[in-house]
Ligand binder design. Structure first.
Ligand SMILES: *Cc1c(COP(=O)(O)O)cnc(C)c1O
Length: 401
């Protein structure tokens, strides 16, 4: 490569990076020096209450989960150096697949290195140009990418809009198989998909239903099975994808769960499964221990929902505006992007870690800080966080009261 060609390439990258910085869209990484948890230690030694992890059940830094992963490493070793179908499947992987299936109420489950891979590899083996995928406009990036890899006709319905979903189902009428795809819970707003209505429409128009349960598995519904339990449609959902990297332990890993024909086909044809290494035994073993715990007790799920209800009530009493709902994702609306940035920075100084979101991640004028509750938060920590919200809110002149 000539110097000129090099300069054009690397200089071009630098220019784009500089633009991102100027636009406030550059994403710096926060470096932690501790385990993940309700309280974390930053690289500079400061202690922070963490309100922005997907650590819904508080398991990421839990000692018993770490011990389960160590025990699995002792028994099964560090890794497999193989894809599943050559010599990368151990008893612990099969046990985990069974445990996920029985937790979700499905027939079979296939593991992936991430939910991103599960969504990336689910459409292409099951649907082709004769079929239609009808997808919520705000579905996760991995669903969008997965759909792109598939030749099926694409129909997009306006976010959470059941009338538009019906219009799109009608538009897809000539297609052989139809599948409606939605996040079970949308993580920007904590919006819960209307699965009861979606299943009714699916019945009416002969469509399958697929949900992505990354922000639901482990804590939505009376026993934490997910959004399908929450909406009382267990058994009416055809395909469930999810992650082991959020509530269910927090390391990494993903899955697709469905009828056995679907899973069997994915094992034969799904490219992120066929051409990528097997999930580490430590993760499989720890995830299994987590599911065993969640299947015998709703204690963590109950504590999470108590924390959520407490925080939602108290933050509104302080005079902040939140998106109404019941999910542990609580968007505290600040509307203005620079205000959201200043607010998050001030909260950091006050010992609270949270993240600001603004356009283009959320619509213009909808800037916010997003709070995520965890079962690991103590009442005392939440009171401290609320006091910091009040102080930062007063300083920035944001409080109605
Ligand atoms: C986080 C997330 C994913 C990706 O999960 P990973 O296991 O981290 O790849 C997919 N879908 C949704 C809705 C998510 O929130």
């Amino acid at each position: 490569m000539s110097d000129q060609a090099k300069n054009a390439f690397f200089g071009g990258l630098q220019q784009t990076l500089d633009q991102l910085r100027e636009q406030g869209l550059y994403k710096p990484e926060r470096v932690l020096a501790s385990r993940q948890g309700a309280e974390v230690v930053a690289q500079d030694g400061s202690k922070l209450i963490n309100m922005c992890a997907n650590n819904y059940l508080g398991l990421s830094g839990e000692e018993w989960v770490a011990q389960a992963s160590i025990a699995a490493t002792e028994q099964y070793g560090y890794g497999l150096s193989s894809v599943r179908f050559i010599c990368g499947t151990q008893t612990v992987h099969k046990k985990l697949e069974q445990a996920i299936s029985s937790f979700l109420g499905t027939e079979d489950t296939i593991l992936y290195a991430a939910a991103f891979d599960a969504n990336g590899g689910v459409f292409e083996p099951l649907f082709d140009e004769n079929d239609a995928i009808i997808s919520d406009a705000l579905n996760h990036a991995s669903i969008i990418d997965g759909i792109r890899l598939c030749k099926a006709a694409r129909f997009r319905y306006q976010h959470n809009d059941m009338a538009d979903l019906e219009t799109q189902l009608q538009a897809a009428a000539g297609k052989r198989h139809k599948v409606i795809v939605t996040d079970g819970v949308f993580s920007m707003d904590g919006t819960i998909a209307q699965l009861d209505k979606i299943c009714d429409l699916a019945d009416k128009y002969g469509a399958l239903v697929m949900i992505d349960e990354c922000h639901a598995s482990g804590f939505m519904g009376a026993t934490g099975r997910g959004t399908h339990e929450h909406h009382n449609v267990m058994g009416r959902i055809d395909i469930i994808t999810g992650t082991l990297g959020k509530a269910l332990g927090g390391a990494m890993g993903g899955f697709t769960s469905a009828r056995k024909e679907v899973i069997d086909m994915l094992r034969q044809k799904s490219r992120p499964y066929l051409f990528s290494n097997t999930l580490a035994p430590s993760i499989a073993g720890a995830s299994l221990a987590v599911l065993e715990r969640l299947s015998t007790s709703t204690e963590l799920r109950d504590r999470l929902h108590e924390n959520t209800a407490f925080f939602r009530k108290e933050i509104e009493a302080l005079g902040f505006t939140i998106k109404p709902g019941t999910h542990p994702v609580v968007p505290v609306m600040l509307f203005d992007a620079p205000v959201a940035q200043k607010f998050a920075a001030r909260m950091y100084e006050l010992g609270v870690l949270l993240s600001g979101f603004f356009y283009p991640v959320v619509p213009m004028g909808q800037a916010r800080v997003r709070v995520q509750l965890s079962a690991a938060h103590t009442r005392g920590q939440l009171v401290t966080v609320l006091a910091a919200f009040e102080q930062a809110g007063r300083e920035l002149g944001l409080l109605k009261n």
